[in-house]
Design a protein around this ligand. Structure first.
Ligand code: NAD
Length: 488
């Protein structure tokens, strides 16, 4: 297979430049160098991609294929991704600045699992017969929507795209994927693999481009039946507006979070909680939607917990993302790193205290140190501060102390977001009550940021709607069709 980096749009089974020749730079954030210029889809390209997807859907080349065939093609795709795992991991690490070890162990391993899990589920979805009357068979079938568009972020570029598009494809839709302009390369690589796997032309289209142009064109397109979005809450709101302003397409949103991680005095295993807390905020340099970014400590456990956390924090040492030993990679861009630094500075002005700052890092000359933010613990945070209310999307942990569990839960819920929350306690009755009281889509009890393909993932409030992963993901990409058969 050609292993050169693919940087053109993928429409109707062909790679091509944008109609107007527009391109954008794809940078390697860890060193600030240009990887390549990537074709930027304009409105005409989006129209072409949607038309190709519609044609494929109407012809039935994919949706009318046997379940066995669809399953085999997706398994083949999983096998190709697995066979190209190292190339994909290197590309992902280069394009995002994430450590190669994480790209290998999380992004690519997770991608293969994602494809296999949904491929395997294709022929295990049963339809329903409603209990109506003896002379009637009321059949309820789950059917594909048609043309499904996905607009995705840069923090886990391939994995998030697959989380969206594989359930859509598995059930028979055609797909148009617009990856983030900050990290589009692995999704274009996937397009190449989809041809080798045997996906018919038009069934998957990949159109990198800016959000304002390509993303908006998909959101507003009258022939897109569903829009699957992962990204910021501000952009998620746009997609609701696009839907209302166009064809009322189905929209599912996975947006931001400000997840609370509550540790009570009776926490069973402090070392486990400390390790999970650190991993929950510093992994992927904190650029993770369900990061436990607000640590709510009950006062009795706070001193020892903070002391152990400081020790744990030093394990997230920065380095060249291409080195297998590096744990902390760069942020996605210097601009994003600057935004994170500004939020830390503002929090300090408002009274937060940086706990045990890490010594300055002497970055090797080939790296751009400005793209790194070192793990930061902010103590004495109050929940009304911006650092506690807004998503930082960086390795910054806001620590809030409380006296009582009720106070902890009230603070956890005092947020525009409702993605996830964690509680550490030995009291299972209390944990049970807390999980009922926490107004979020995912509650961890004695764990944080854990998950599985089989568990639905998504939020409430301004963290979004819809659920990714698990069989519930099919709700985003299908509709229920009832047929009433009268045999009287
Ligand atoms: P973003 O909203 O800036 O961009 C996401 C996607 O939307 C990109 O493809 C972008 O091009 C597109 N876009 C941007 N502006 C647009 C517009 N005006 N119209 C149409 N499309 C537009 O988000 P990001 O910076 O790429 O990612 C970070 C955000 O993603 C964080 O808020 C994070 O919490 C969220 N996220 C959520 C989840 C989840 O599952 N809940 C997972 C990962 C990331």
């Amino acid at each position: 297979m050609n292993t050169e980096i693919e940087s053109r749009l993928f429409i109707d089974g062909q790679f091509a430049d944008a109609a107007d020749g527009a391109q954008f730079d794809s940078l390697a954030p860890a060193c600030g160098t240009l990887i390549c210029r990537v074709a930027a889809a304009g409105v005409a390209d989006i129209d072409r991609a949607v038309a190709a997807a519609r044609k494929a859907f109407d012809l039935g080349v994919w949706r009318h294929a046997t379940l066995q065939h669809r399953k085999q093609v997706l398994f083949q795709l999983a096998q190709l991704v697995e066979a190209q795992a190292e190339q994909l991991a290197q590309l992902e690490s280069l394009d995002t600045g994430k450590p190669i070890r994480d790209a290998r162990a999380v992004d690519i391993v997770g991608s293969v699992q994602m494809i296999r899990w949904f491929a395997e589920s294709v022929d295990k979805l049963y339809d329903e017969i409603a209990p109506t009357q003896a002379s009637v068979v009321a059949q309820i079938r789950r059917v594909p929507l048609g043309v499904v568009a996905a607009v995705t972020p840069w923090n886990f570029p391939l994995l998030t795209a697959l989380t969206k598009i594989i359930p859509a494809l598995a059930i028979g839709n055609s797909v148009v994927l617009k990856p983030s302009e900050l990290a589009p390369l692995s999704c274009l690589y996937l397009a190449r693999l989809s041809v080798l796997a045997g996906l018919p032309a038009g069934v998957l289209n990949v159109v990198p481009g800016s959000g304002e142009v390509a993303g908006a064109a998909l959101g507003l397109h009258a022939d897109v039946d569903a829009l699957l979005f992962t990204g910021s809450t501000a952009t998620g709101k746009r997609f609701m507006q696009y839907s209302g302003a166009s064809n009322l397409k189905k929209v599912s949103l996975e947006c931001g979070g400000k997840s609370a991680n509550i540790v009570l005095n009776d926490c069973l295993d402090i070392d486990k909680a400390v390790a999970a807390t650190a991993n929950g905020i510093f992994f992927n340099a904190g650029q993770i939607c369900n990061a436990g970014s607000r640590l709510i400590l009950q006062r009795g456990i706070a001193p020892v917990f903070k002391q152990k956390l400081i020790a744990q924090m030093t394990q997230f040492f920065p380095g060249d993302p291409a080195e297998s030993t590096t744990v902390l990679g760069s942020m996605i861009s210097v601009a994003h790193a600057d935004k994170v630094r500004a939020m830390i500075a503002e929090a300090q002005e408002q009274g937060a205290v940086v706990l045990a700052p890490l010594p300055a890092w002497n970055a090797p000359p080939q790296l751009d140190a400005a793209a790194w933010v070192l793990p930061t613990l902010l103590d004495q945070v109050e929940n009304h501060m911006r650092i506690a209310q807004e998503e930082v999307f960086g390795p910054v942990l806001a620590i809030i102390e409380v006296d009582h569990v009720d106070e902890a839960i009230a603070i956890a819920n005092d947020s525009q977001y409702g993605l996830a929350a964690a509680i550490w306690t030995a009291d299972m009755r209390l944990a049970h009550l807390a999980q009922q009281a926490l107004h979020v889509g995912f509650v961890w009890i004695n764990s944080v940021r854990a998950g599985h393909i089989a568990t639905p993932f998504g939020g409430v409030k301004q963290s979004g709607s819809g659920r990714d992963k698990s069989l519930h993901a099919f709700d985003n990409v299908s509709y229920l069709k009832t047929s009433w058969h009268d045999y009287s």
